[in-house]
Write a protein that binds this ligand. Structure first.
Ligand SMILES: Nc1ncnc2c1ncn2[C@@H]1O[C@H](COP(=O)(O)OP(=O)(O)OP(=O)(O)O)[C@@H](O)[C@H]1O
Ligand SMILES: [Mg+2]
Length: 545
């Protein structure tokens, strides 16, 4: 038994992890003190999730040790780590679809009656108490089935799970990526409370602002090694970016003026279950930003345009030609591309390579006679992998084994490579590190210069303001206004995003903006039943060195 540290909390010593050829971690020595929030930052593929999975017994280290209160700990399995009080809220929540929230939370330790049957009364008592204690009773109905949960609710279930029993170390792996503002506030309050109770909190995120709000210490991983540990109160953003990326990022956004007058995408009165009477135009070379809060209907609009959701009425024209609704193949052939938000579920072939996944929609162009030109395909995939800094052993690596952020990059690469006439990007930089973000912004600018019409959905207001020639704002399935680059500001976007809530009787906001859609079809309206959690409130990610 080694006692290389005397502080309470967890730690790792000379930790290393290999996956075949890939060295995910090497020689990492780091403490996670009790009563502190230690942020773990680094580029996609730097090894953050791998480190957490070693702490939680999901991965066995190739070398090195894990400590708890200075004593070496052998974590042969997740059950052992759990028994030792180490918990994780994973990057991808694991939810059992056919049982209730309450059963999901206490899975493995369900209360039983004397007759060994599920004790429903006790289950109800526990879940109610836990929801109250954590301040989540209003956002999570314990009777919902796993399959009915939004991404945000799935995350809350994981949080509840982690907090049952006595936790000593709790690790959060990008917990806010699908949470709304309220939920993020509740989560932060909770994390601070845990910290004050003496829990060692490990917090992984790509959002600078969150890190500076929450963390006491910031540890940076680069290429699987510890690049440095900063005191959060003293650290500056630039310093942090340099540690993560290994270079300075001079400029994040590209300012240009290449929008033309030629309308490429024309949407008239488009109506679906969630989208009501949307009118929208995107011109060649124009970048239109689509803003809104939770359940505003932005992703639904995107899916409807791409033919992936049933349409009730209205028309979509691309270069003047009508697109028949509900036909994704036709939309793609006509030149409309959508990089959806739920990338893993909707868009990736997890058991195929980076090369396959990148070239998927461009194969027709790479084809000569009946044969795909393999050389060209490789070149294309390699080019994007390099540019977006996809961290992998090579383009033949299975997408399943990539880090979360690197998977996102592969889906994006696919659509960026295709250069459609209209490209819709739904939260293109969620979960992506700051270095690769800068590249994505550059690629968007390049596509605009080549005449692509771009519609970018983002919950990061600085991103919309930095990218868009024009910002269109939605609430409750309707467009509530639009701002051109000169007039757009965070305050004005937010005012339009909450137009209905602010307007009251005869108030401003529902006047529809320049496009003139006053078309309110009723109060309330769909709060994005499909997936309210997935559109988080705009938050400044910072990261603008
Ligand atoms: N099961 C696996 N098989 C092979 N390689 C893996 C496996 N899991 C992770 N890796 C590799 O280990 C490296 C570190 O991945 P990890 O998921 O820890 O990154 P991360 O820092 O969490 O990134 P992100 O910010 O994108 O989530 C990556 O290069 C990844 O491809
Ligand atoms: Mg990760």
């Amino acid at each position: 038994m080694t006692t290389t540290t005397t502080t309470a909390g967890a730690g790792v010593r000379d930790l290393g992890k290999r996956f075949g050829e890939v060295r995910a971690l090497g020689g990492v020595t780091l403490d996670f003190p009790a009563g502190r929030v230690t942020a773990l930052m680094g580029e996609n593929g730097a090894g953050k999730s791998t480190l957490l999975k070693i702490l939680t017994g999901d991965h066995q280290p190739s070398e090195g040790t894990v400590l708890l209160d200075g004593a070496e700990l052998v974590l042969g399995s997740p059950a052992r780590a759990r028994a030792a009080g180490i918990r994780i809220i994973p990057q991808e929540p694991e939810i059992i679809p056919h049982v209730s929230v309450a059963e999901n939370v206490y899975a493995g330790a369900l209360p039983r009656t004397a007759g060994r049957r599920l004790d429903r009364a006790e289950l109800r008592r526990r879940i109610t108490a836990d929801l109250d204690r954590l301040g989540f009773s209003r956002v999570l109905d314990p009777d919902l089935l796993g399959s009915q949960l939004t991404p945000a609710q799935r995350q809350l279930v994981e949080i509840l799970r982690a907090l049952t029993g006595e936790a000593r170390v709790i690790a959060f792996d990008e917990p806010t990526s699908s949470l709304s503002e309220h939920e993020v506030d509740a989560l932060f309050t909770l994390i601070r409370r845990l910290r004050d109770q003496g829990v060692a909190v490990v917090y992984v995120s790509h959002r600078m602002q969150e890190i500076f709000q929450l963390a006491d210490r910031i540890a940076v991983l680069r290429d699987g090694m510890l690049a440095g540990v900063l005191d959060a109160a003293e650290a500056g953003e630039q310093e942090l970016v340099r540690l993560m990326v290994g270079r300075d990022l001079s400029q994040l956004f590209v300012r240009q003026n290449v929008a033309t007058d030629r309308v490429v995408l024309q949407v008239e009165d488009l109506t679906t279950d969630e989208v009501r009477g949307v009118n929208l135009v995107v011109r060649a070379g124009e970048v239109v930003g689509l803003a809104g809060l939770i359940g505003a209907g932005r992703s639904e609009l995107a899916l409807a345009l791409a033919g992936d959701l049933p349409v009730r009425g209205g028309t979509v024209r691309l270069d003047g030609r009508g697109l028949r609704p509900g036909r994704p193949g036709e939309a793609i052939r006509a030149g409309l591309g959508l990089a959806p938000e739920e990338r893993k579920a909707q868009a990736l072939f997890l058991r195929r390579s980076i090369r396959d996944n990148t070239s998927l929609v461009v194969l027709d162009r790479l084809r000569r006679w009946r044969f795909v030109r393999r050389g060209a395909e490789r070149e294309l995939a390699q080019g994007f992998a390099d540019r977006l800094r996809v961290r992998a052993s090579g383009i033949e690596q299975e997408v399943r084994t990539l880090s979360g952020g690197n998977q996102q990059k592969v889906v994006l690469a696919r659509w960026l490579a295709r250069k459609p006439k209209v490209l819709i990007l739904d939260e293109p930089t969620r979960g992506i590190d700051v270095g690769a973000k800068a590249e994505i912004y550059q690629i968007i600018a390049d596509l605009a210069r080549e005449g692509v019409a771009l519609l970018v959905i983002s919950s990061e207001l600085p991103e919309l303001l930095g990218l868009a020639d024009r910002v269109v704002v939605m609430q409750n399935g309707r467009i509530t206004g639009e701002l051109d680059r000169a007039e757009a500001s965070e305050e004005r976007i937010l005012a339009l995003a909450m137009a209905d809530d602010l307007s009251g009787v005869g108030g401003r906001g529902a006047d529809g903006g320049p496009n003139g859609h006053g078309g309110r079809t009723g109060p309330g309206g769909p709060e994005g039943h499909g997936d309210p959690g997935r559109e988080k409130e705009p938050r400044d990610e910072g990261g603008r060195p």
